[in-house]
Design a protein around this ligand. Structure first.
Ligand code: GTP
Ligand code: MG
Length: 239
């Protein structure tokens, strides 16, 4: 994994699990049930990519592709203040895009090459959530083949962007909680098998007590096994 750079999550524990943070040239998937913190992590990372390297960032900008309408500028403002960034500058450094359906979502990603070429400071591309439109538009077993085919094409485009432009891509994927899920086979989780064959790092997030969350890395031989606890606070993601 040569020449990859890292973006801090603002949780030392989670950074430790990831070998320093979210890495460039790689697609990282956050998956877990509703309210597990996937969207909060995306907000935090779109702020943190802007930090100077000595504070765990890349002096970069972010593209945030929102498919569910859950992005909140107020949250960016609060998180930016809490890490010592000027909130207005931080908001200006995020290219927000609302994807209204799966074709639109795919088209946005197809057009990103052009934007990134013009704006090489972009070091992070987020798709939150990557699966929701595809699941809604191609439901059930009868649509499995076309859903997989389209989603796989989309995911590989994101992987290619990461590799070509030395950026980090993050995708989120809501996966319903099951009693056996955390230690069971995550590839059998709802929708999970679709993303399984795509290269990248998969991070499973589980709710814990109160604002605590548990994260673990799935299927990454180069990262240590184990799980860590982090918190979602008013300031953002923390230990
Ligand atoms: P889905 O998109 O529904 O699958 O969930 P998710 O995994 O994206 O969850 P999300 O990141 O939206 O996390 C929601 C949790 O974050 C909430 O249950 C809150 O506990 C916490 N949260 C969200 N916004 C705030 C905020 O402004 N302040 C604080 N302190 N916590 C927040
Ligand atoms: Mg969400």
């Amino acid at each position: 994994r040569m020449n990859t750079k890292k973006i801090t999550t603002s949780s030392q524990a989670l950074d430790g699990l990831l070998g320093g943070g979210i890495e460039t040239r790689t697609m990282t998937e956050f998956f877990g049930e509703f309210g597990s913190g996937k969207t909060q992590l995306c907000h935090q990372l779109s702020v943190n990519v802007q930090l100077p390297p000595e504070k765990g960032g890349l002096n970069g900008k972010a593209v945030y592709i929102d498919t569910e309408g859950t992005f909140r500028w107020e949250r960016i403002e609060a998180m930016a203040k809490a890490v010592g960034l000027d909130p207005d500058t931080a908001m200006n450094n995020i290219y927000y895009m609302r994807a209204i359906n799966s074709d639109h979502q795919m088209a946005i990603v197809e057009d990103l090459q052009e934007l990134i070429t013009k704006e090489p400071a972009i070091k992070l591309v987020i798709v939150d959530s990557v699966t929701s439109h595809f699941r809604a538009e191609y439901p059930g077993r009868e649509n499995l083949a076309v859903r997989q085919q389209k989603l796989n094409k989309h995911l590989h485009q994101l992987v290619r962007l990461a590799e070509m432009y030395d950026i980090a891509t993050i995708i989120t994927n809501q996966v319903m909680a099951r009693p056996d899920m955390f230690y069971g086979d995550p590839t059998v989780a709802v929708g999970g098998h679709t993303l399984y064959h795509v290269p990248g790092i998969r991070i499973q997030i589980k709710k814990s007590r109160g604002n605590k969350r548990i994260a673990r890395v799935v299927d990454a031989p180069h990262l240590p096994e184990g799980e860590v606890v982090f918190a979602i606070t008013e300031e953002g993601i923390r230990d």
